[in-house]
Design a protein around this ligand. Structure first.
Ligand SMILES: NC(=O)c1ccc[n+]([C@@H]2O[C@H](COP(=O)([O-])OP(=O)(O)OC[C@H]3O[C@@H](n4cnc5c(N)ncnc54)[C@H](OP(=O)(O)O)[C@@H]3O)[C@@H](O)[C@H]2O)c1
Length: 258
């Protein structure tokens, strides 16, 4: 039976993905900071007949990815599907943002995702099989005033994932970049943009639908998948519209409304 490692599996999209993989009878390794939530989820999913291992880890700390990899190596556990899902955003002007928020986003959304890929890809290449899905965002298709760092981290994830998918195209390993748009999870509350036009007026998608799109994307081996037809259209339109206009609209949708 294959094993899937999901980061950020204690809630939101990661938890929904875990349920889908468990229903498909794949064993799970779930990682997040909240050990109590992970323990509850593990009990729930073990009832579906799969093995679930949990790691309560702050992946925004530098040693965490290597620690996780070494733990799994020491138990002879190999990962067949890696889902780099953990990520967070912070709302506000860059100049007012704390270093913790700025560099925390870069560490978790970029550095940890890259390091986990660096660690788990070589064993997959050696076995000539495996899948990696990096969760980016439609935010990665344009600059994002008021969430400048978050949008930029997701642009990195898209660029990195598409390039890597190309590099490994004949290796038996498939790399997928999954881009959700606004989704009802704990994300907006943590980011502080739950009052934005995007979340309050334009509408967010339900998390189960988004996770199902992600699950299909990785199982079908797609290189880039955008969840939701409206999100796909917006992502395409940003390719042709003037950059300044795109940036101004991006700011408008991030602004708070009352
Ligand atoms: N929701 C949206 O509108 C949206 C849109 C586009 C893309 N995305 C992306 O989708 C991914 C999942 O987000 P979500 O919407 O499901 O958000 P969420 O509900 O806030 O879930 C985030 C998950 O990541 C975990 N996490 C956060 N910081 C962590 C850390 N330092 N170390 C380990 N785990 C950590 C959280 O668990 P703990 O708190 O227990 O650590 C939680 O399990 C993210 O990469 C996000 O950028 C979300």
């Amino acid at each position: 039976m294959s094993t899937v490692l999901i980061t950020g599996a204690s809630g939101g999209i990661g938890y929904e993905l875990a349920k889908l993989f468990a229903r498909d009878r794949l064993n799970l390794i779930l990682v997040a900071r909240s050990g109590d939530k992970l323990a509850q989820i593990a009990t729930e999913l073990r009832a579906l007949g799969v093995t679930v291992k949990t790691f309560s880890l702050d992946l925004a700390t530098a040693p965490a990815p290597k620690f996780l990899f070494d733990q799994l190596q020491s138990e002879n556990l190999s990962v067949d599907i890696l889902i780099n899902n953990a990520g967070f955003g912070a709302f506000g002007e860059f100049a007012q943002m704390s270093n913790e928020e700025i560099f925390g986003q870069i560490q978790l959304n970029i550095t940890t995702l890259t390091e986990l890929t660096r660690l788990f890809l070589p064993p997959m290449l050696a076995r000539r099989t495996g899948r990696i899905m990096n969760v980016a965002s439609t935010a990665g298709f344009q600059p994002g005033p008021l969430m400048a760092v978050y949008y930029a981290t997701k642009a990195y994830v898209i660029s990195f994932s598409e390039a890597l998918a190309n590099e490994v195209r004949n290796s038996g390993v498939i790399v997928t970049c999954f881009c959700p748009g606004a989704t009802h999870t704990g994300f907006a509350t943590r980011a502080g943009n739950d009052k934005s036009r995007l979340f309050k007026q334009l509408g967010a998608m339900n998390v189960d639908k988004v996770a199902l799109d992600g699950y299909r994307a990785v199982m079908e081996g797609r290189t880039l998948a955008i969840s939701g037809a409206h999100n796909w259209l917006v992502a395409q339109s940003t390719r042709f519209a003037p950059r300044k206009l795109v940036t101004a609209i991006s700011r408008w949708i991030s602004e708070p409304v009352h």
